[in-house]
Every structure is written in structure tokens, then in C-alpha cells.
Design a protein around this ligand. Structure first.
Ligand SMILES: *Cc1c(COP(=O)(O)O)cnc(C)c1O
Length: 408
């Protein structure tokens, strides 16, 4: 049987047997964080991600979907590099407003926004991505009460799907967006004098590594938007085509090729130029911007053999990094890429399970992995941990100490 290996995590190098993060050895990094477990995010990797996107998509706006990682220092750093922020709660909106981003370039998506959240959005002048007819009515009423204009974009649930996505968020029956077939029901409401329809928002899914699936979704999105513009004679200043760009996590995954996606978008913009003149096209990305820039570091605290199977027990696990344990939306548990970050040059490998300290069999960071022979005190690095890590984990489950975070 051949075992598939992980894609090389070549965003980080190693030196004298230690993993290097932001020009420092992992031991130095842990001296700076003061403890394991911790999440460390490397600015230069984030910058390289943005540069790569700018290279391939020079005339497309880049937004950061901050639910991927709302850590304030990282958010501030990234907000200076991208064109806008997408928030999904009132609390995220507050954070976004504290960055250098202009309210004009902040959008707020998510079903079930509260009156308080809608008020925050209207008072700050950001764009609301409207998720239902009820929400549209509430926004119209609130804008009258507050005597302000409401900048809105309609989030559409399209009549197609993004194929091969880690998580589907469009097509079929969805709690997100308004079914395209129902768009005509909104036209009367949209005439409200306080409502300014600025754009359309179509987000079809997440974690996609197949250019052909993303290309097909883009083709469908442009065709749909052109159809709506023509049919209803609407004027738009922007179209948010979502994101969905994936990063390699599991054995057999390879990095997403951007070139074919960029070529296709260029073609689409020409093809639909009659409809999209002066229309800003927005890509909103979370994971792709920050996922590979973060590592989660924990320490081996015990090593034991049980009936022939070797366990590395660490002080980190599911409570800090739910996704790496396989319990964040994965159907079949697969290993995130891991390294013994203090033994990068070791050639002698052994097969181990890397587990955490929680009293539950779900607390697994790596199962049957070939790793360098580790000792108590060695540092384990979980790669691809910059998105949906710290903020997406149940830190109080079993009441262990929390990890720290650091941007370097
Ligand atoms: C979560 C989300 C994103 C980001 O998805 P990634 O897979 O992290 O890129 C973008 N847009 C919306 C509306 C989202 O809910």
C-alpha cells in the first residue's frame, strides 16, 4: 500500500534541525510566546499570499473574510494589504471598524443579523449583504427610524453549486442568501428611497482545490449577474464573487493553481463588459490569505506504548485546534501536516499517534504518522493553522489552560 504524503510546507524553512518561523527558530519563538501551546502567525507568509493574488488578479479587489482569523494584530496587519473586510457579526464589525479600512469597503454577511447588529451596520455606513426578505424589510424600517441611507448588496443563493468544495454554501436549499428565483419578489421593496442597492454577493463554498470547479462557478456567476442586470435593469457598483480558494491540508492535496482561474476571469470580464462597466469585482477570501501563515505549537509531555502502538502525548489538542483533531466539519478524519519542530533533520522515523491531554478519544492531532523519533520536551508544529484555529475551537472544554497567540 502506498501512503500519500502531505504537500511540502515550504512556506517555512528549517535551520540546524529547527523549524524557522519569521526568521527565528521554533525554540526562540516559544521563548517569546512564553509558553506552549501557542499559535504563531508569520507576517511574511501572509504578505506573500497577498502578493501572489495581486500578481494573478491585478484588477480585482481583495477582501478578507475575517471569521477565518479575527486576531486583532493579524487583522490590522492584513487590513493594510487588502481592499476591504467582510465581517459576519457585530463584534467582528467593531474590530473591522478599528482598522484602517474605510467603512465603504466593509461588508456584513450572515443570516439572522440582530436589530442591534443592523443598527451598528447602518450607523457606521458599511454595506450589508442582505440574506432574506425579512432582513431587507428590517433594514428599510431601521433606515427610516435612523434617518439614514442603507448601503446594501443582495446575497444570492444561486441555482448552481460549487462542485468539490470542503463546505457548500450556495446552491440547493440554504440558510444563506436569497434564492435567485425569489429576486423578483424583492423589487418593490428595493424601491424604498433609503435603500441603495450597490452590489450582488454570491458565495458558493469554501476550501476548493480544483481550478475547474472554481472556473465553472465563476462562469455561472457572471452569466447569472448579467441575466439579472438585463432582466431587472439594476445598476451595480460591485459584484462579490465569493472566494472558496482552498489550501492543501491532507495527504494528496496540492496547492491551488491560480493561473487558469485568473485567465478565465479576464475572459469573463471582457465577455460581459457591456454589463459590468465600472463594476468592481471582489474576491473575498479567508483561509487562503492566512491559513498557511499560522502554526500551532505544543509540547510532548509524555510518551507511551500501548499494545505496540506508540503515543506522543502533548499539552495541546482538540480544545485549542478543533479542525486539526478532525472535528470541524470533516466527514472522515485525516491528519493535518505535523512536524517535530525541534527535530527537523532527523532521518530515523517512527509511527506514532499524536494526542492531547483531554479525557476523550476525540483528542487526536495525528494518527499513524511517520515522524522523527521524539522525546519529552520536543515541540510539535501543526501546519496550516492560521485559519479556523484559535477562534474556532472550544477552549474551555475540560478547563485546560488556553493557548496564546503571536504575530511575528
Ligand atoms: C466564511 C466565509 C468566507 C471565507 O471562506 P474561506 O473558505 O475561509 O475563504 C467568505 N465569505 C463568506 C460570506 C463566508 O461566510
Amino acid at each position: 500500500m502506498t501512503t500519500k504524503t502531505h504537500a511540502p510546507m515550504d512556506q517555512f524553512s528549517s535551520d540546524k534541525g529547527e523549524l524557522m518561523i519569521a526568521g527565528k527558530t521554533v525554540s526562540q519563538v516559544v521563548q517569546i510566546t512564553g509558553q506552549t501551546p501557542c499559535y504563531v502567525y508569520d507576517k511574511s507568509v501572509i504578505k506573500a499570499n497577498v502578493d501572489r493574488l495581486r500578481h494573478y488578479f491585478p484588477d480585482i479587489s481583495l477582501h478578507y473574510a475575517m471569521k477565518a482569523n479575527p486576531y486583532a494584530p493579524l487583522l490590522c496587519y492584513l487590513s493594510d494589504l487588502v481592499d476591504g473586510l467582510d465581517v459576519a457579526s457585530g463584534m467582528e464589525l467593531g474590530l473591522a471598524l478599528s482598522t484602517s479600512t474605510d467603512a465603504h469597503n466593509i461588508s456584513f454577511a450572515g443570516p439572522g443579523k440582530s436589530i442591534k447588529e443592523l443598527t451598528m451596520a447602518l450607523a457606521s455606513g458599511i454595506t450589508i449583504n442582505v440574506e432574506s426578505k425579512t432582513e431587507l424589510k428590517r433594514i428599510a424600517e431601521l433606515s427610516e427610524k435612523l434617518d439614514c441611507n442603507a448601503s446594501i448588496a443582495m446575497r444570492l443563493n444561486p441555482d448552481f453549486e460549487l462542485k468539490s468544495s470542503g463546505m457548500k454554501m450556495g446552491g440547493g436549499a440554504q440558510q444563506f442568501g436569497i434564492d435567485v428565483e425569489q429576486f423578483s419578489d424583492l423589487l418593490e421593496l428595493l424601491q424604498h428611497p433609503n435603500l441603495e442597492l450597490r452590489g450582488l454577493h454570491i458565495f458558493t463554498g469554501s476550501q476548493n482545490l480544483r481550478p475547474e470547479s472554481i472556473i465553472s462557478a465563476h462562469n455561472n456567476i457572471f452569466a447569472l449577474v448579467a441575466r439579472l442586470i438585463e432582466q431587472y435593469d439594476i445598476k451595480l457598483t460591485h459584484i462579490n464573487i465569493g472566494g472558496g480558494f482552498g489550501i492543501p491540508y491532507f495527504p494528496g492535496d496540492t496547492p491551488l493553481e491560480l493561473e487558469p482561474i485568473a485567465e478565465n476571469l479576464k475572459k469573463l470580464r471582457q465577455e460581459y463588459s457591456d454589463y459590468l462597466n465600472n463594476c468592481e469585482i471582489i474576491l473575498e477570501l479567508g483561509r487562503y490569505l492566512v491559513g498557511n501563515a499560522g502554526v500551532y505549537l505544543c509540547e510532548v509531555t509524555d510518551i507511551k506504548i500501548s499494545r505496540g502502538k506508540q503515543f506522543l502525548i502533548t499539552n495541546g489538542g482538540l480544545h485549542h485546534h478543533l479542525a486539526a483533531s478532525g472535528n470541524f466539519g470533516q466527514v472522515i478524519r485525516k491528519n493535518y501536516p505535523l512536524a517535530v519542530a525541534t527535530k527537523m533533520d532527523a532521518t530515523e522515523l517512527e509511527t506514532v499517534d499524536v494526542v492531547g491531554p483531554l479525557c476523550t478519544p476525540l483528542d487526536i492531532l495525528g494518527s499513524n504518522m511517520n515522524l522523527p523519533k521524539a522525546e519529552v520536551g520536543d515541540i510539535i508544529a501543526v501546519y496550516q493553522s492560521g485559519a479556523y484555529g484559535f477562534s474556532a475551537s472550544p477552549r474551555d472544554f475540560l478547563s485546560h489552560p488556553h493557548p496564546t497567540q503571536l504575530l511575528l
